[in-house]
Ligand binder design. Structure first.
Ligand code: DGL
Length: 268
């Protein structure tokens, strides 16, 4: 067993949706959550930029916080840098997130699935390979959602509503009739926080698929295999932001299912 913390990282507040699932599955662990808000959003930047930031944050979490595992709670960072990260830190369990296309194929009845995510995620080689491997099994409507993670980050309610409406309209008709899209993949960790808004535009019957729970289970599995699982005592969360700790506190108060300590500023 190791009482070192687990590092969790996103460009901003989106990874809090994954942190909720992690705390559920690993209630006795300590977590250090790093929001790289000073460099967000990642989703409309170049691959190299995102990869460089991801590697810098991983190094910071290892060197300063001595993490025992890293959860890259960001689809964009996973797509841009997970292979490099694993190559650079061979002894560190590293878990990434990617749009859950396979579970969506298992869930759909109509065979029509919409995938919303950032431009960088959807343009990545990793995503294209995943899509190609499943393209024969369902019709995927893939919609890059420029600006949406940024609007969520800023709490821009009008922006979130306008962009949700526009992007879901672009995907096509939602519903359960033949030809309708009946399954929506939330391919960015920011999007679970706007489920209610998304639902206003696609209806009650559509199934939403995100990756928080499977990522948490995979993290638990890897820690158990490494003999590093903490099985008793109270867990804890430290919140860090490379931009504005108060904004992260406000997001945590709104979206974390259990409270966390006050956020502090950090430079990675
Ligand atoms: N939350 C991130 C993801 O899952 C992206 C947000 C951003 O564009 O920075 O892809």
């Amino acid at each position: 067993m190791s009482t070192s913390p687990i590092g969790v990282f996103d460009s901003g507040v989106g990874g809090l949706s994954v942190l909720n699932a992690l705390r559920e599955a690993l209630p006795h662990e300590r977590f250090v959550y790093f929001a790289d808000a000073g460099h967000a959003p990642y989703g409309e930047r170049g691959d190299d930029y995102v990869a460089t930031r991801t590697r810098a944050v991983a190094r910071y979490l290892l060197e300063v916080h001595r993490i025992k595992a890293l959860v890259v709670a960001c689809n964009t960072a996973t797509a841009a840098a997970i292979h490099e990260l694993r190559g650079e830190h061979r002894a560190l369990p590293v878990v990434g997130v990617e749009p859950a296309l396979k579970p969506a194929v298992a869930a759909t009845r109509t065979g029509h699935i919409a995938v919303i995510a950032t431009r960088v995620t959807l343009a990545s080689r990793k995503f294209k390979a995943l899509h190609a491997s499943l393209a024969a099994q369902a019709d995927f409507r893939i919609v890059p959602c420029d600006g949406l993670a940024g609007a969520i980050e800023r709490g821009d309610v009008a922006g979130i509503a306008a962009l949700s409406e526009r992007y879901l309209r672009e995907a096509g008709r939602f519903g359960s009739a033949p030809g309708d899209i009946d399954t929506l993949v939330l391919g960015c960790t920011h999007y679970p926080f706007i489920e209610a808004e998304l639902r206003r535009h696609c209806g009650e019957s559509v199934r939403f698929i995100d990756t928080g729970a499977p990522v948490a289970l995979q993290t638990r599995r890897l820690l158990a295999e490494a003999g590093q699982l903490v099985a008793e005592g109270e867990g804890a969360v430290a919140l860090l932001s490379s931009a504005d700790p108060e904004a992260l506190d406000a997001a945590a108060a709104r979206w974390l299912s259990r409270p966390a300590g006050p956020a502090t500023a950090a430079v990675a």
